[in-house]
Design a protein around this ligand. Structure first.
Ligand code: BES
Ligand code: MN
Length: 499
């Protein structure tokens, strides 16, 4: 292990350079205009995989998908196989004028590495390959088997990933899943994510006529589709209460008392969140009552109007508009059903249309929520690895964002544990101008993953899954305390088998 850590130190500049090369490719997947760069990024990722020492490296596709980069190292028979996931596509630049340095040139300022995709999610590629190379270039072998997949269409909803997994089920089958595409709750504070929200999006369209009509001629006579849309959307306004959608909360799993107590011990307060999210003075939070920010954003459904259009202000003229549309996006949480949520919101939007305008609602994409208990051998291995890598006791957290494949993939692998390790931090600005990755965390996560390989490789009989909770403690004592696993489940921030 010592030589592995030393190799990482000695090759630090090379690993940062790998990240710089990845960031230099504008592999934007959201606008359909960067296909060439996406192909280029997949092939660069393959080059880096070969350089790290992975075998059977290739670009794979599924249907009309963007290219996936795949590579593996299977030289540890009897040891667990680790499935590593990251994505090589990125968000567009948007607000180009707000970037302080070129988004495609990895630039260091105050210990942070700036560039589009530096943290979301090209940093993860460099981190995973760094940990792999550190073993293969020193010991010549890894303590576990690895299968590494780097996707090219995560930022557009991973539309082909489900079919990809089915198609390559045997090739990719693994015992543990490691995903680096979530957040550390604070810089330098390693965080394992044990819950993700899902998402249900709806396109709502309002039609009142077949053409725009001069508003001097017909204003006051004709139904205004833009205003009708606003009336409809206003039905979703929750003030500081629950979302006004009947039955939406019927299946929402409550946070346990222990989880709530845990939240209060995590870093973060109103001042920090206001600053982080750049909230204007005088604007209040939209929280439900006194709900804690983390409970609100991790475990409560949330509605956001992510797009709304009728006519642009630039091209405005005096017309009664015949058409208006919006995208309503709802984050969903355990144990909500995406189809039911779609129906519930759809009913609110379509009932009793103002002036009888035509309201059409269509699905606009969805992803499932995911939640697990952060306990068992794989989690302990990860907690111990993070502690070594960061020198700080890790925490287990929830996440308000969505990574739709985690649940289905874990299922496909027969209930494999999924370890979601943070690569972003509160200063990252993912999807926004001046995205950055903390340089310290970049190095600490790489070291942690190297330790994770070691810890997983050292598990007795390669067993990564938690024992079934039915197994009674032996010998059964009538007044015995609850089994360790159950205690940890109540205190998810402190799964305590640290090495
Ligand atoms: N890395 C994010 C998920 C995430 C969000 C992690 C916030 C930590 C904090 C991921 O790349 C992402 O943006 N996912 C999309 C999924 C959507 C396209 C289905 C999301 O959450 O909007
Ligand atoms: Mn993202």
């Amino acid at each position: 292990m010592k030589q592995v850590i030393e190799w990482l130190k000695a090759n630090d500049a090379t690993l940062v350079d790998h990240l710089a090369r990845l960031v230099a490719v504008p592999s934007i997947s959201t606008d359909g205009a960067h296909q060439k760069e996406i192909d280029q990024c997949a092939s660069l990722t393959c080059d880096l995989m070969r350089e790290a020492g992975l075998n059977n490296v290739e670009v794979l596709r599924c249907g009309n998908s963007n290219p996936y980069a795949y590579g593996e190292w299977l030289g540890a028979p009897g040891k667990p196989t680790v499935f590593l996931y990251a994505h090589h596509d990125v968000q567009p630049i948007n607000f180009a004028q707000d970037w302080l340095s070129d988004p495609w040139t990895l630039t260091e300022r105050d210990g942070r590495l700036y560039g589009r995709g530096s943290a979301d999610d090209k940093g993860a590629i460099a981190v995973q390959l760094g940990a792999i190379a550190a073993y293969l270039k020193t010991a010549g072998s890894l303590p576990v088997n690895v299968k590494m997949l780097v996707e090219g269409e995560e930022e557009v909803g991973s539309g082909n990933l489900g079919s990809f997994f089915q198609q390559h089920k045997d090739k990719i089958h693994s015992d543990v899943i490691v995903v680096c595409d979530t957040e550390n709750i604070d810089t330098g504070l390693p965080s394992i994510t044990y819950s993700l929200r899902g998402i249900v999006s709806l396109l709502v369209e309002v039609d009142s006529g077949k053409k725009p009509v001069h508003s001097g001629l017909a204003g006051g006579l004709l139904a205004d589709s833009a205003l009708a849309l606003s009336v409809i959307l206003s039905r979703l306004y929750w003030k500081n209460g629950k979302l006004p959608v009947p039955h939406l909360y019927d299946k929402v799993r409550k946070m346990t008392g222990a989880e709530k107590r845990t939240l209060k011990r995590l870093p973060g307060d109103e001042a920090r969140w206001r600053e982080e999210h750049a909230v204007l003075e005088g604007v209040r939070f939209a929280l439900e009552g006194k709900t804690h920010n983390y409970e609100q954003t991790w475990r409560k459904p949330a509605i956001t109007i992510i797009a709304q259009e009728a006519s642009s202000i630039k091209g405005a003229s005096n017309q009664v508009l015949p058409h208006a549309a919006a995208i309503v996006s709802c984050r969903i949480v355990p144990d909500q059903d995406p189809d039911e949520v779609y129906q519930q919101i759809s009913e609110v939007l379509t009932k009793d249309p103002p002036w009888g305008v035509k309201v059409t609602v269509k699905p606009h994409g969805s992803a499932k929520w995911w939640m697990t208990e952060p306990t068992g051998p794989a989690f302990s291995a990860a907690m111990a690895a993070l502690k070594k890598g960061y020198g700080v006791k890790p925490v287990a957290i929830g996440c308000g964002g969505s990574i739709g494949f985690v649940g289905p993939l874990a299922e496909l692998f027969g209930g494999a544990p999924a370890l979601l390790l943070g690569i972003e931090d509160p200063k990252t600005n993912a999807h926004a101008p001046n995205e950055s990755l903390d340089g310290g965390d970049f190095r600490k996560l790489t070291v942690s993953i190297a330790h994770l390989f070691e810890n997983l490789g050292a598990l007795p009989d390669g067993k990564v899954k938690a024992e079934k909770p039915e197994a009674p403690p032996e010998p059964p004592a009538p007044s015995a305390p609850a089994p360790a696993a159950a205690q940890q489940a109540q205190e998810p921030q402190e799964p305590s088998h640290q090495a």
